[in-house]
Design a protein around this ligand. Structure first.
Ligand code: SAM
Length: 381
């Protein structure tokens, strides 16, 4: 146990390749669950071995009777063993780190994380079919890999790692990292939830400014990191960038996955900022930003106007934009985070003056209006 914990020098023993693990445990991807696995070892890194029935390769027999695969799992491709760890390397130095991997699946990224000299890796996987394969990895890395069969959307990671890892928010980030390649349908709601956790300094951010590296549909990765004025600028850009330093660090072509998804993926790295660029409650920022992008091709006053009841929409929108010093004819995509800061600060003051304002929802007003119309019609009949 002690030797396996020797930091920075740990290497997994030879193991079956991910492709072989998939075969061994019959882990066919479930299309409805958007499962696509990373098999390209140039991206994930890691040692691999052939099962017995595959051609004999000189160069050692693994501890489980598997032989080392000199091609790093890409037979005949000439790829070097352990060639890359590309994705995991992008997370920064993981030596002695505590890592939380979400959705490990058959364990491609998991292997690279283990080979990066981490102190501990906690994985949370929802699909029970992957647990035996992960258990095999855990046996190969005694004391390093903790497996939880659970759901990342409800798992309480704030209780999972030692208290001693906690850092003050203003300090350097803690040695806790989140890494994951989840289905796109999970990663987008999850990042919204985690951004709210960043703003409240709870959940994974109870340890301090925990860094995250997550995979998204490439287009979502572009939106998260889009700069002012760009085509991809959206609600997600502002929500991520007001709280974090966000970087699109890698694009992974669809063919790196099995089965090949219809779109490429983008890997995004997040480091929470010591001071958010907008110092207002998350829900308030979300409301202003959501409304601003309501009509993304129109002038920004159109969407922002929806923050206010129809009867005083014109007047209140004018006041908001004037006090925030924002040109009403800018398009939502042209608004900077600093524009949003001013808009949120002024909207907050307006909400403090009118306690009903924050609860106002223009869709609800429209619904009420059309219900009244319907009632009038039926009275006339
Ligand atoms: N990370 C692996 C890779 O890169 O090869 C697997 C990627 S696959 C796209 C997503 C994985 O996340 C699957 O193993 C799936 O079962 C798991 N998953 C999906 N939703 C999850 C959830 N809510 N909680 C935990 N795991 C989840």
């Amino acid at each position: 146990m002690a030797s396996s914990r020797t930091l920075g020098t740990f290497r997994l023993p030879p193991l079956p390749t991910i492709r072989e693990i998939i075969k061994l445990f019959r882990l066919q991807a479930v299309k409805q669950l958007s499962q696509n696995f990373l098999l390209d070892l140039r991206l994930t890194g890691g040692l691999s071995v052939f099962p017995r029935r595959l051609p004999r390769v000189p160069g050692g027999v693994g501890s489980r009777g598997f032989r080392a695969d000199p091609a790093g799992g890409r037979r005949g491709s000439g790829t070097k063993v352990c060639g890359g760890h590309k994705i995991v390397r992008k997370a920064g130095n993981l030596t002695n780190a505590y890592v939380y991997e979400v959705g490990p699946g058959p364990g491609g990224i998991t292997r690279s994380i283990l080979n990066a000299g981490v102190a501990e890796l906690l994985v949370v996987e929802k699909d029970s079919r992957f647990i035996p394969g992960l258990q095999m990895l855990s046996d190969a890395a005694p004391g390093k890999l903790r497996i939880v069969h659970g759901d990342v959307l409800t798992f309480k990671v704030e209780r999972a790692f030692p208290e001693s890892l906690k850092r003050q928010w203003e300090d350097d980030p803690p040695n806790v990292h989140i890494i994951g390649n989840l289905p796109f349908s999970v990663s987008t709601p999850l990042i919204i939830k985690w951004l709210e956790n960043v703003s409240q300094r709870n959940g994974p951010f109870a340890y301090g400014r925990t860094r995250m590296m997550l995979t998204f549909q490439k287009e979502v990765a572009e939106r998260l990191t889009a700069t002012t004025g760009s085509k991809q600028r959206s609600r997600l850009s502002i929500m991520a960038q007001y709280l974090c330093d966000v970087q699109h660090i890698l694009t992974i072509p669809g063919q790196a996955f099995v089965p090949k998804p219809e779109v490429d993926s983008g890997v995004v790295h997040f480091t929470p900022l010591t001071r958010p660029r907008i110092e207002q409650p998350f829900k308030l920022v979300e409301k202003v930003v959501q409304n601003a992008f309501q009509f993304r091709r129109k002038y920004c006053h159109r969407g922002l106007g929806m923050l206010f009841p129809e009867a005083r929409r014109l007047e209140s929108t004018g006041k908001l934009l004037e006090l925030a010093d924002v040109d009403p004819t800018l398009r939502p995509t042209q608004l900077t985070v600093s524009h949003f800061k001013s808009l949120c600060d002024v909207y907050r003051k307006m909400c403090d003056e009118d306690p009903h304002l924050f609860a106002y929802n223009f869709r609800e007003e429209l619904r009420q209006k059309s219900k009244k119309e319907d009632d009038k019609q039926s009275c006339r009949l």
